[in-house]
Design a binder for this molecule. Sequence first.
Ligand code: ADP
Ligand code: MG
Length: 395
Amino acid sequence: MFDKKTIKDADVRGKRVLVRVDFNVPLSDGLVTDDTRVRAALPTLRYLVDHGARVIVMSHLGRPKGAPDPQFSLRPVRRVLQRLLGRNVVFVDDIVGPEAHEAVDRMVDGEIIMLENVRFDPGEKANDPEFAKALASLGDIYVNDAFGAAHRAHASTEGVAHVLPAYAGLLLAREVETLTAMLAHPERPFVAILGGSKVSDKFGVIDRLLDCVDTLIIGGGMCFTLLVAKGIGVGNSLVEQEWVEPAKAMLAKATEKGVGLMLPVDFVIAEAIEPDVETRIVAREEIPAGMMGLDIGPTTVELFKGEITSARTIFWNGPMGVFEMAPFENGTKQVALAVSRNNRAVSVVGGGDSVAALKKFDLEERVTFVSTGGGASMKLLEGSELPGIAALQDA
Ligand code: ADP
Ligand code: MG
């Protein structure tokens, strides 16, 4: 299943362990507004500390332009990590310079230090071998626990793994195990629910899911390209014209594989994406010119709920509508509720906005697994190799 060495295969006691985590958290006025990603890294960090490692934590945050930029400093995350771990965390205002080396030299076993944002150095995104070597010189072994960044070949996610003995962290291993097991041997029926804005973003994932699932539910903005492929007019709804032909192939593959492909039968429509806009509910063939489908309608909700309720494995990615605005949130909310109420199913939710929707409706704790990687989980599901994982030592 997961064929890479993890930290449990490493002898970490007394070693300087350079750990790449994904602390790319949302900040507002210098405060961390969502600590999910910090919590997700705790099992690995605790394991390393408990086993007497000297832990050097590194991450990116936001999109600085390869130079120090105070608004993307990782400093505010230190306090959060310190509180969650219940131990002191030293913050170093440096990445690979003398200050970082001095701090590492002063470390004792079981101590944690945190480096500044690796993207403050242009070598990070360029995957510059010199920068990777400089990072590597801080540690004896490397651990990648940044599943959310594993689809990027950057110096701290990939380059450094070629210089030091490289192991997977517990979060990264669990993400890969959960997602691959879901595709490889799901309890049936296996129902996947796909939504979100664009079919082009997720074509690879849908294609792979068609090989595994019993039922594929498609809502959100992407369903309109499929409806057009079926010859149904969708008014002013979101359509990717150049994806109509691939969408026809997708429909044909579903038929060929015997997958039940369910598309919405009614919509909440409006003229504009605005919070106080006037809305109407219409059957899917009746979206007038100039109007957009912005959420699935009530008949569709019942249809989708029925499938979700009888599933034994559920994968959900992508909101059913523009859930950020009250008039268009109901479809996503009802799907989230149906997924969370099915206690007999293994339920896996992935995707940045889908997870945000789960949080909005306070259902995050009610599903089996919430993937911390948006882009990374999509890449993994579509069968692409993730460079940050490929570079780790084989088990
Ligand atoms: P995820 O991050 O979960 O993978 P996506 O990024 O693909 O999801 O899509 C999320 C976005 O899709 C949301 O911002 C939502 O407003 C938008 N969306 C959903 N349904 C529609 C629709 N019918 N028309 C336009 N945008 C939509
Ligand atoms: Mg998104």
